[in-house]
Design a protein around this ligand. Structure first.
Ligand code: SF4
Length: 322
C-alpha cells in the first residue's frame, strides 16, 4: 500500500512493530511528531478529502487501553470490554460513526500491541470470571492486517489467557492471517453482514455479501468460531422482505450449528454526529435525514420483528440484541 506521508511519534520510532510496519509500506514523506493528536485532532481538516488518500500515523497508546462496553452490549458474557489498536478504516460506509467522531480520516495505528495484552491480562486476573474483549470498535479489525500484523502478534499472547474471549469484528475477506494460525477456542471472528442492496447503497468499498459468506465458509472449515453481526439493520421495518430473503440466504450457505452467536444492532448515532455527517456528505443528506427521523421508530419495532425472523434459523440462546 502506498502512502503520501507517514507521521511517527518520536517515542515510537524505535519500536519493533513500528519498524516492521515501515518495512511493509511505501511512502514519500516521513514526519516525526510528539503526539499523534497534533496531526489527528485539529478541527480544520477535510475528512472526505483525506478519505480519498489517507496518510498513516504510527503512535503509542498511553492510557485507556481497555474500555467498558455500553451496558447490555454482549454476546453472552457478563463482563465486556472493547479496545482499538487502530483508528479509522479503509472502507467508507455511509453510516460509519467514525466520521462523526474524528476530525481526520487518516489511519492511526497504536503499535504497542503488547501493552493492550498486558492490560487484558490484568483485567482477567480473576480466573473464575469469563471476560469478553471486543476488537474493532474504532476500525475494522482485519482489513489492514497486511500492514499492521496486529492479529499475528496479538493472538499468540491472547491464546494463553484462558478466561478471556476475543471478538474480532470485520467486513474484510482478507483472511490469510487466520489461515496461517491454528484456530483458537477463545477467539470469535464476527462478520458484519447486510443484504447486498444495502452493501451497494451504504457500505462503499467493502467486500460483497457473497465474498463475506465465502470467507465465513472458509473459516468454519478451518475450525474458527464465527459470529454473525446484523448490525446496523437499515430501515428493518420497511425492508422487512429484503431482510427475510437475506436471512434465508445467509443461513442456507453456512454451517448454522457451528455459529457462535448472532447479534442485531439498530442504527445508533448521536445527533451531533448525525449533523456532522450531513455536513460532510451533503449529497446524501436526504438519506441521512430520513434515517435520523426513522431511528426511534426503528429501535422500538425492529428488535422484536427481527428476533422473530432469526429464531427460525438460530437457537434464541445464541441471539443478542445490541
Ligand atoms: S467497516 Fe465499520 S469502521 Fe469501516 S467504514 Fe464501515 S462502519 Fe466504519
Amino acid at each position: 500500500m502506498n502512502f503520501e506521508t507517514v507521521y511517527i511519534e518520536e517515542d515510537t520510532k524505535e519500536d519493533k512493530n513500528t519498524l516492521d510496519i515501515l518495512g511493509r509500506i511505501k511512502f514519500k514523506n516521513l514526519i516525526y511528531c510528539n503526539s499523534y493528536s497534533e496531526v489527528f485532532n485539529p478541527k480544520n481538516q477535510n475528512f472526505r478529502i483525506q478519505k480519498i488518500k489517507p496518510d498513516i500515523i504510527l503512535a503509542k497508546k498511553k492510557n485507556n487501553f481497555i474500555m467498558n462496553t455500553p451496558k447490555n452490549f454482549t454476546i453472552g458474557f457478563t463482563e465486556n470490554y472493547y479496545f482499538s489498536h487502530m483508528l479509522n478504516c479503509i472502507y467508507d460506509c455511509k453510516y460509519c460513526f467514525l466520521q462523526g467522531m474524528f476530525n481526520s480520516a487518516n489511519f492511526v495505528i497504536f503499535t504497542n500491541y503488547n501493552d493492550f495484552i498486558n492490560e487484558i491480562i490484568k483485567k482477567s486476573s480473576n480466573k473464575n470470571k469469563k471476560l469478553c474483549f471486543f476488537s474493532g470498535y474504532d476500525c475494522d479489525s482485519l482489513a489492514l492486517e497486511n500492514i499492521t500484523n496486529f492479529l499475528k502478534v496479538f493472538l499468540k499472547s491472547f491464546e494463553k489467557i484462558n478466561n478471556a474471549y476475543l471478538e474480532v469484528r470485520t467486513k474484510s475477506t482478507k483472511i490469510d492471517v487466520l489461515k496461517s494460525i491454528k484456530p483458537m477456542k477463545n477467539v470469535i471472528i464476527a462478520y458484519s453482514l447486510n443484504p447486498e442492496i444495502i452493501v451497494k447503497g451504504f457500505e462503499q468499498k467493502t467486500p460483497t455479501l457473497k465474498k463475506r459468506i465465502n470467507s465465513i465458509n472458509s473459516l468454519q472449515k478451518l475450525g474458527w468460531q464465527v459470529g454473525l453481526r446484523f448490525d446496523p439493520l437499515i430501515n428493518y421495518s420497511k425492508n422487512k422482505q429484503i431482510y427475510k430473503k437475506f436471512f434465508e440466504l445467509v443461513f442456507s450457505k453456512i454451517q448454522v450449528e457451528k455459529i457462535h452467536s448472532v447479534t442485531t444492532g439498530h442504527f445508533r448515532m448521536p445527533n451531533n454526529f448525525f449533523n456532522k455527517l450531513i455536513n460532510i456528505r451533503p449529497e446524501d443528506s436526504l438519506i441521512f435525514n430520513k434515517l435520523k427521523n426513522d431511528r426511534l421508530l426503528e429501535c422500538q419495532t425492529q428488535r422484536k420483528e427481527c428476533e422473530e425472523e432469526l429464531i427460525k434459523f438460530i437457537d434464541y440462546k445464541k441471539l443478542f440484541a445490541n
